[in-house]
Unconditional design. Structure first.
Length: 294
């Protein structure tokens, strides 16, 4: 084993409207994790998002991911010292938990003598076992836009070509929402017509992301999950409706409550954003998770 590794991992926005549990996009808000193997007890020091709120020992999600990865390859366990500098907001639909898991798995790759044992396919598989689905883990790992799915119990992902000029705005509320709570609002069945329409829009979305930006508005229309989320995030769904009524290709980011808009909001559009919402204009992260061995 090596003694130290550093990882940078991006935030992600899943679903992108009609691509429920499949589409994802990496955006330029990053967590930085530095891990050092020690002979002492595990300790975690966090600055930024989650500081003073997340566990500071073995229960920390990055630590748990490292443990699973080391066990998977049969590497010896050790004490861990983690320094985490977080900018990905927690509980707001921007993939903070997937980022932590992927960061831990890739950090473990940097600690072992045979990193190929934790190649991207294995990292995606292990991350999916943590998360339950790969829609956030895939773009966090690979960068850019991805479509992820499971086949025969294995997680898979493919990259989607992106227009080089594609930009996004992220609207982040003060309120947080757990993914499990957001999913309670979804019905067990939906009308066949709604499912068919949404499937068509998901296909259209691949064209829109790749250069047909004139199609972004219809391509982000969804009837499968967003209309049902109003009871758990009324402010977000209300803002989503206002943005789309103004012709903007807006979507709920992941399980919410953040909202993502394709394009950079101008000054006039910014004045219509309710008080208490932070507006960010991050780049699209095209590199995914970056490992730096120390």
């Amino acid at each position: 084993m090596r003694d130290e590794a550093s990882v940078q991992v991006p935030a992600t926005s899943a679903n992108l409207g009609p691509g429920f549990d499949a589409f994802g996009l990496a955006v330029g808000l990053h967590d930085q994790v530095h891990v050092r193997a020690t002979t002492g007890a595990t300790s975690v020091h966090v600055t930024g998002a989650g500081a003073g709120e997340v566990p500071d020992g073995e229960d920390h999600l990055v630590v748990r991911a490292i443990r699973v990865a080391l066990d998977h390859v049969g590497a010896p366990q050790a004490g861990l010292e983690l320094r985490c500098q977080n900018t990905i907001p927690h509980g707001r639909g921007l993939g903070s938990s997937a980022a932590a898991v992927v960061a831990g798995l890739v950090a473990a790759r940097g600690l072992i003598s045979e990193p190929e044992a934790l190649d991207d396919a294995m990292v995606l598989q292990l991350a999916t076992e943590f998360e339950g689905h790969p829609d956030n883990a895939a773009p966090a790992l690979h960068g850019g836009a991805t479509i992820a799915w499971t086949e025969g119990g294995r997680a898979r992902a493919a990259s989607v070509p992106l227009d080089p000029d594609l930009a996004v705005s992220v609207l982040i509320p003060q309120a947080t929402l757990r993914t499990a709570r957001a999913r309670t609002a979804l019905p067990r069945t939906v009308p066949h017509g709604d499912a068919a329409m949404t499937a068509g829009r998901a296909g259209l979305l691949t064209l829109a992301l790749g250069g047909r930006t004139d199609l972004l508005f219809p391509a982000t229309q969804d009837l499968l999950h967003q209309p049902y989320r109003g009871e758990v995030m009324p402010d977000s769904v209300r803002l989503l409706g206002q943005l789309r009524a103004a012709g903007l290709p807006a979507v709920i980011s992941g399980a919410g409550p953040s909202v993502l808009v394709f394009g950079k909001l101008n000054a006039e559009q910014l004045t219509a954003i309710p008080a208490g919402w932070r507006v960010r204009h991050p780049s699209i992260d095209r590199d995914g998770t970056v490992l730096r061995q120390c």
